[in-house]
Design a protein. Structure first.
Length: 406
């Protein structure tokens, strides 16, 4: 590995994560507590983010861990191979409850040094881990609904990621740098500018009062019920980069078929050629060219056979032009056709058009917001037309040739 991103770029990256991405684009406040989670390969960014938090007056809770690498040390794989049932089901309730009560923000830095680190592990064991940790996620969701917690994710490029994407390591980092505006003098200024532009379209979408959308193309003929009390949202800092506009629809109104031309990296495995058929809101047929069994195991997880998110990316905003073999970037790909992605599993409560802190569990169910330990984004970059059907009976094409037309 001969390339290393310049220190100035790393420092700009850290500045974006701390002073823009958190608090919905406003950055952290003095005295707030940030949990910083990162693997050792991304140490340069980890150090820079730690310094940025301290300079902003925040407190850091460190979560720094070794890489999962089949050639050397693979702690996650060791756990799944060696743990008995009681260890697999262990949930440190007091510790995680205290952690959820303590942190104001979470920054997670993705840096996979081995894209198939868990290849061959029984999928059911991995799915079980997601179910066990679910209460912790619900505690954080509750804080987020009350406006007391925010999070963001970022990618630190690795040679493994570059190889999987078919790029040199430097060209891989070039996509990260461009995609996050790190080549600009003031990346935060650029992020705020593009978010203002994206939000013009979320405002237009919300004014249309859309009841359902029909997505049509060579590999898709899908109808999605948007649902009552929904709103369209942009990333606003939750994930860097984020150019998408999304909503969490009423899962009960999903009908039709979709194929995905982009691969899915999930549970340390590569899944390709994915096709799904929906009837009455549920996945009734699953196909994949590679690792279909793993995909079916995931969908068999409680409520993972339902849609939790529908998203569109406008190619005019995204500076990402290459496949990156990483969902965080691929779900924001610009390219000639923009991209469509859906997420199977958990819905986002911030798509509720109202105060989410006022809703009980039964309210979310009644509104058709899906709840699951799984949230898996699957992406297609083929051309498509999206037609919206409004509550007043009118219809309107809102997206074609990779961009919004409203």
């Amino acid at each position: 590995m001969s390339y290393r991103p310049p220190q100035k770029i790393i420092e700009k990256y850290a500045d974006v994560l701390v002073n823009f991405a958190l608090n919905k684009g406003r950055g952290i406040k003095k005295g707030e507590i940030v949990r910083l989670s990162c693997g050792e390969f991304a140490e340069p960014l980890y150090i820079a983010v730690n310094k940025a938090i301290l300079k902003a007056g925040g407190h850091v809770l460190h979560n720094y861990y070794p890489n999962d690498d089949r050639k050397t040390f693979n702690p996650t794989r060791d756990f799944y191979e060696l743990a008995d049932d009681s260890q697999l089901r262990f949930f440190p309730k007091k510790y995680l409850k205290a952690l959820a009560n303590t942190i104001d923000h979470n920054i997670y830095i993705e840096a996979d040094v081995d894209k198939e680190a868990l290849k061959g592990i029984e999928p059911k064991k991995i799915m079980l881990s997601g179910e066990i940790i679910k209460p912790f996620k619900k505690w954080l969701d509750k804080k987020e609904n009350a406006g007391k917690f925010s999070w963001t994710m970022a990618l630190y490029g690795t040679p493994a990621g570059a190889k999987e994407a078919g790029l040199t390591y430097k060209k891989y980092w070039d996509q990260i740098i461009k995609g996050c505006f790190l080549d600009k003098k003031d990346p935060i200024k650029e992020w705020r500018k593009v978010q203002r532009e994206i939000n013009k379209y979320t405002t237009k979408l919300n004014k249309l009062k859309i009841e359902k959308v029909h997505i049509k193309g060579d590999d898709i003929d899908l109808r999605i019920q948007v649902g009552e009390k929904r709103k369209w949202r942009s990333g606003g800092g939750a994930n860097i980069p984020s150019f998408e506009i999304y909503t969490s629809p009423d899962w009960r109104g999903t009908e039709g078929r979709i194929r995905f031309n982009q691969p899915l990296y999930r549970y340390g495995n590569l899944i390709t050629g994915i096709g799904l058929v929906f009837e009455k809101g549920r996945v009734v047929r699953v196909t994949a060219k590679k690792n279909e069994k793993i995909l079916k195991e995931m969908i068999a997880t409680k409520n993972a056979d339902k849609v939790g998110e529908f998203s569109l990316t406008d190619k005019r905003f995204s500076r990402i032009t290459k496949f990156m073999a990483e969902t965080l970037f691929d779900e924001n790909l610009g390219g000639p056709n923009g991209n469509t992605h859906i997420a199977l599993g958990n819905a986002y409560h911030d798509c509720f058009n109202g105060d989410p802190s006022k809703l009980k569990a039964s309210n979310w169910i009644k509104l058709g917001f899906n709840e699951s330990s799984v949230h898996t984004d699957i992406i297609s970059t083929t051309n498509r037309i999206v037609t919206a059907f409004m509550k007043n009976g009118k219809k309107k094409v809102i997206y074609r040739n990779g961009q919004f037309v409203i």
